[in-house]
Ligand binder design. Structure first.
Ligand code: NCD
Length: 307
């Protein structure tokens, strides 16, 4: 089935075969993503990049991806730069963007905002993160990075640590890994362990996962350690945040018992979950992961806009 014209709101909007198609296309995009070859596959097309919440990597790599494909970009960066702040509804904003562009990438602090946008838009909508909901394009670049380093994902043990309650990247990633047959361990303080609705989905798909409370217990047997930031901005009160802040940190020393080819990933930004000492170890792959946002988003934009 063609991906042309589709919305990508949740990672489960794509089946495994479609994910593989995107990852293969991403591989082909790498030289153009690096700027080594010129490419104008999307010349004449416009991406509306609507980011109503803070972003560095996601917005910039979406925009770089569109430029590297010879397309153009219009941008809203932050609610204060748009009429949402004047009280315009999201629906009206989307109707405008639809008239000005060919495809929309949206980030919004409210869970469900991307799905709502997709219902109002006749052009494809890509979710660049909706509150504590999902972040499917992050998952695509995460999977791409895992494949680059390990090949077959189904044989891997992935430890996902940090804020699994509010961390949307972990929601999308675990649903994808679960379907691909990887084994997962969720490591988090109790208050921010994986949310029930994701656990229910994982159980329904018969995914293999367990819970742990200390990375030290799982490190030796892990192929991918996926760390995440405590999502401070999503805690309903500061007291709740203070109870979990700072309790989760890895250092180079902690990684000594790990397998040689174990990789450490992080969607970034990191606050203090990964000590700088890890950066100099061969395990650190988070900067490679951040670059991969460009070829993966190029692949996605191309497949959603062209046959
Ligand atoms: C993540 C996000 O926005 O969900 N960042 C990203 O897109 N690379 C992770 C985070 O903010 O902690």
């Amino acid at each position: 089935m063609s991906l042309k014209g589709r919305d990508i709101v949740a990672i489960t909007d794509l089946d495994i075969n479609e994910i593989e198609i995107i990852l293969k296309e991403a591989e082909r995009m790498v030289p153009a993503a690096r700027g080594e070859v010129k490419n104008d596959l999307l010349s004449g097309k416009i991406l509306a990049s609507l980011f109503f919440e803070a972003s560095t990597r996601t917005r910039l790599s979406f925009e770089t991806a569109m430029h590297r494909l010879g397309g153009d970009v219009i941008t809203i960066a932050g609610q204060e730069g748009s009429s949402l702040i004047k009280g315009e509804t999201l629906a009206d904003t989307i109707r405008m963007a639809e008239g000005y562009s060919d495809i929309i990438a949206i980030r919004h602090p409210k869970e469900g905002a991307a799905r709502l946008s997709a219902t109002f838009s006749r052009i494809p909508v890509i979710n660049g993160g909706d509150g504590a909901g999902q972040h499917p394009t992050q998952t695509l670049l995460d999977l791409f990075t895992i494949q680059q380093n390990h090949g077959d994902i189904s044989k891997l043990h992935v430890t996902i640590g940090g804020d699994l309650k509010y961390g949307r990247t972990t929601h999308s990633l675990s649903l994808a890994l679960g379907r691909m047959g990887a084994r997962m361990t969720f490591v988090a303080p109790k208050r921010i362990q994986m949310v029930d609705h994701i656990l229910d989905d994982l159980n329904r798909m018969d995914a293999s996962f367990e819970m742990a409370y200390d990375i030290k217990d799982t490190i030796e047997d892990t192929d991918v350690l996926y760390m995440t930031r405590i999502q401070k901005e999503r805690f309903p009160d500061v007291e709740e945040y203070m109870k979990v802040a700072g309790g989760f940190r890895i250092t180079a020393e902690m990684l000594e018992p790990a397998k040689k080819n174990m990789i450490v990933m992080h969607p970034l930004p990191r606050v203090d979950e990964i000590h700088f000492s890890v950066d100099d170890t061969p395990h650190a792959k988070y900067f490679q992961q951040a670059f991969n946002g460009v070829p993966v988003r190029m692949a996605l934009l191309h497949l959603l806009l062209e046959e």
